[in-house]
Ligand binder design. Structure first.
Ligand code: OAD
Ligand code: ZN
Length: 367
């Protein structure tokens, strides 16, 4: 931080102008990408990118998880994810955690936006604080993804840290049965591999994140209040020449000074995330590609989540009628597709222009 501050003082007006040409808008950021000035985007995301999938965030005034925990009589809302509190009172977490287990959620347009950056080879890394694993489901390659707060695919004892089968812990959570460590000598409880307050992050996190942040030529912060370290601290670690873009409902972290006359690199775009990423994609000329990415992935997920609907004759008839409707946006059926590899060439002339609000964020199987 000290180094970054002294670098800041060394910047003259030309240096500052070179960052975004003082065009502190999404358009300004996109121009920099279009002219080849951006190759390594680091994105920090939080619960806000999943709210449109139906998963609540933590701190939003009415809907946030931390504002709806009265029945658990916790010392503070964060105690729910505090390792010391868990070791004394595992019941609260076990009771609540069924709300956190990955369900049949669809990734949001914001998740596919991240995938789009990967498709265009300009994504250095996504740092997610989320434990819903929707980034994986959207097809973001694992080498470009850091799940800072872990996920439910692993499990271990809270005291001796011996790993155990995650499905056992999941069953315990579903049946409200607190599970003790298999080692009779140990006083720990089994917990999923999500990182609690007071627990260490993944090995080498500091080193890996420092390297990514040093390489970053654009930082994007999406859907997080930046209230929790280490992610809260990451925007301060990028180079002074690195533009920083916030896409969120509210201004957070270092972006609070974005209206200052000395600002030359912080872009703040406030609103609903799925609308904002759509505007970004449209500015880049990637809006159809983004839509196609989501549409094709949803078709795959429909088959996974709702296999029973596949052979329903009524749905098939409705789908046929809809496919002839002039109001139904269409994507060619022969588009090459897999969730992990998407044909990024945008040749589909049949997709009309969409305004963000008319985007069908969730497209159920045959409706
Ligand atoms: P928060 O709930 O703190 O912040 C979510 C942010 O997203 C807020 O600024 C919301 O205004 C914004 N937001 C929500 N929905 C949005 C939408 N549709 N469009 C635009 N903005 C939207 O969640 P996180 O920052 O992810 O940690 O929380 C960080 C960590 O705190 C979590 O990972 C969790 C929690 O304690 C642990 O459990 C260890
Ligand atoms: Zn143990």
């Amino acid at each position: 931080m000290g180094q970054v501050n002294s670098q800041l003082e060394d910047l003259d007006d030309l240096d500052r102008q070179a960052v975004l040409n003082y065009d502190l808008t999404i358009k300004g950021v996109c121009n920099k990408i279009k002219t080849g000035g951006v190759k390594n985007i680091v994105v920090i995301v939080g619960a806000g990118i999943s709210t449109s999938a139906g998963i609540p965030d933590f701190r939003s005034p009415n809907s946030g998880i931390y504002n709806n925990l009265e029945e658990y009589n916790l010392p503070t809302p964060e105690s729910l994810f505090d390792i010391d509190y868990f070791n004394e009172n595992p019941e609260s977490f076990y009771n609540f955690a069924k709300n956190l287990l990955p369900g049949n959620y669809y990734p949001t347009l914001s998740h596919y936006f991240l995938k789009l950056l990967a498709e265009h080879n300009i994504l250095q890394k996504v740092y997610t604080q989320n434990i819903d694993m929707l980034e994986r489901l959207a097809g973001i390659p694992s080498e470009l993804l850091c799940e800072c707060h872990g996920n439910f695919s692993t499990a271990y004892c809270s005291v001796c840290h011996k790993p155990c089968d995650s499905s056992i812990v999941e069953e315990g959570i579903m049946s409200n049965t607190v599970l003790k460590c298999f080692d009779k000598e140990c006083n720990g409880y089994l917990k999923p591999g999500i990182v609690f307050y007071g627990e260490p992050l993944m090995k080498n996190f500091q080193l890996i994140s420092a390297n990514d942040l040093m390489a970053a030529d654009l930082l994007i912060v999406m859907g997080t209040s930046l209230a929790v370290d280490p992610c809260a601290n990451m925007p301060y670690q990028v180079d002074v020449y690195c533009p920083r873009l916030l896409l969120n409902n509210e201004v957070v972290g270092p972006f609070v000074n974005y209206k200052s006359s000395s600002n030359y690199r912080d872009v703040v775009s406030l609103g609903n995330l799925d609308d904002l990423v759509y505007i970004f994609a449209k500015e880049m000329g990637w809006d159809r590609e983004l839509y196609r990415l989501q549409r094709n992935s949803y078709n795959k997920l429909d088959k996974l989540y709702h296999p029973d609907r596949l052979f329903n004759p009524l749905n098939t008839i409705i789908s046929m009628i809809k496919s002839f409707s002039p109001f139904t946006p269409r994507v060619d059926d022969d588009d090459e597709y897999s969730v992990n590899s998407v044909n990024s060439k945008d040749t589909d002339e049949e997709i009309d222009d969409y305004s963000p609000n008319s985007m069908p964020y969730i497209i159920p199987a045959f409706f």
